[in-house]
Design a protein around this ligand. Structure first.
Ligand code: ADP
Ligand code: ASP
Ligand code: MG
Length: 405
């Protein structure tokens, strides 16, 4: 067998405890024994990142983002060291590195930094020495040596970026499910594992809340055409390939159903209905670093209108604060926060060529007496904001109606 350079990423649940770390060590060594070179990216153990966030919240609910990254990056540093030790114990050579140590250079956009470049020399040198190289996921460093993180789920991005920089032959993403399913198998046990999915569909699914892959990592994989193999860290079954094109004999209407419970809706009431107001509002939010998702503006009958938009929960407090300030500047009324929502979405390239998909989705929700609060579409997806409590039911019903089970 030809020698390959393989980048493997193991997520938090795959290194959740001593046993699992030992399991990862064995698995990695298995590939080493076959003669391959390995770069292994690991996430923080289990819920470590969430626990660190909670710890910070207890000390200061609005911490400086630089300090947040200093804190969050420690989770991955623990797992790389432990994995290296586990590999040593089994008699193989390995060395662990932080993002900074292997030259993952980012901008200073703390908590969601963008990778500017990777200086992979140090990794190459260690590979040449025959070592298994273990890299902390989710983190980088600015030009002036401040630690940054790459956004939640960012270890996926570390893996893809390293695979690109090293021109790896393969990039494997190991997780706690056997691949990409037609919907979250924890919500719908009848969900089907997909053999393959396109970058475009996966990007859309990830953006709509399928946390199995970080959306940004798929953008990069698409840009550099890095095929990804998403598979289980426990079983050896083949998983799902994420690739540029998939030849499906019969184009399915829909490939996947998604659910996102991590958004909140903000409504600005009685906004004066005149040019420039929306621009002001969203410019200020953007300047404040808030990512706005769906936007709905109602038709006005009284020279005043309501504007609603959604933001990620993590940015909720900041968004409300900024919005209140702008609302008062522009002479609008109350700012109302609603975090009792979820977004259910359907994704599929098939919808480009089939009419009636939206009608079928809305019909399915209506039949189940689920009210739609907002709607958003792209050419391969449709998503709706509904009450949080209906999220799982909506997923199951849509999964069934579109024949995905
Ligand atoms: P890791 O710790 O390996 O990064 P994540 O928790 O980030 O793993 O992602 C894996 C989880 O993503 C699964 O446990 C599953 O519940 C969830 N998930 C959501 N949508 C899907 C989907 N369409 N296919 C597979 N898993 C999904
Ligand atoms: N530990 C980080 C997170 O929980 C990064 C990752 O798991 O990919 O978001
Ligand atoms: Mg993940």
């Amino acid at each position: 067998m030809a020698k390959k350079l393989i980048v493997q990423k193991f997520g938090g649940s795959s290194v959740a405890n001593v046993e699992r770390i030992q399991n990862v060590a064995k698995r990695v060594i298995g590939y080493k024994k076959e003669g391959h070179d390995l770069v292994v990216v690991v996430s923080a153990m289990a819920d470590t990142t969430d626990e660190l966030l909670e710890l910070a919240n207890q000390i200061n609910p609005e911490p400086e983002e630089r300090e947040m990254d200093m804190l969050l990056s420690t989770g991955e540093q623990i797992s790389v060291a432990l994995l290296a030790m586990a590999i040593h114990k089994l008699g193989f050579e390995a060395i662990s590195f932080t993002g900074a140590q292997v030259g993952i250079i980012t901008d200073a956009n703390y908590t969601k930094a963008r990778i500017i470049k990777i200086n992979a020399e140090r990794i190459r040198e260690q590979i040449k020495r025959g070592r298994i190289v273990i890299v902390a996921g989710f983190q980088g460093v600015t030009m002036d040596h401040n630690i940054t993180t790459l956004g939640r789920g960012g270890s996926d991005l570390t893996a893809v970026a390293l695979a690109t920089a090293l021109q790896a032959n393969e990039c494997e993403i190991y997780t706690d499910v056997e691949g990409i399913y037609s919907t979250d198998p924890r919500i719908e046990p009848r969900a089907k594992k997909l053999k393959a999915i396109t970058f475009d569909e996966m990007l859309e699914m990830a953006s709509l809340g399928a946390q199995v892959m970080q959306a940004r990592s798929i953008e990069v994989a698409k840009k550099f055409n890095v095929p990804l193999h998403v598979r289980s860290s426990i079983s050896t079954n083949p998983g799902t390939m994420i690739v540029k094109e998939v030849n499906r004999m019969e184009e399915a209407l829909i490939t996947g159903v998604t659910l996102n419970k991590n958004e909140a809706k903000i409504t600005v009431c009685d906004v004066p209905d005149k040019p420039g107001v929306a621009a002001d509002l969203f410019q200020n939010l953007s300047d404040g670093g808030v990512n706005v998702d769906m936007i709905v503006q109602n038709v006005s009958h009284t020279k005043k209108t309501d504007i609603s938009f959604t933001v990620g929960k993590a940015q909720c407090a900041k968004a409300v604060k900024l919005t209140q300030k702008i609302a008062s500047d522009i002479g609008a009324g109350d700012v109302v926060l609603d975090d009792d929502i979820s977004r259910v979405g359907i994704v599929g390239i098939g919808m480009k060529s089939h009419p009636g998909v939206a009608a079928k989705m809305f019909g399915t929700l209506a039949d189940n007496k689920i009210n739609i609060e907002m709607i958003s579409t792209s050419d391969i997806s449709i998503s709706c904001i509904i009450k949080k409590k209906f999220g799982e039911t909506a997923v199951k019903m849509l999964h069934k109606e579109f024949g995905l089970g």
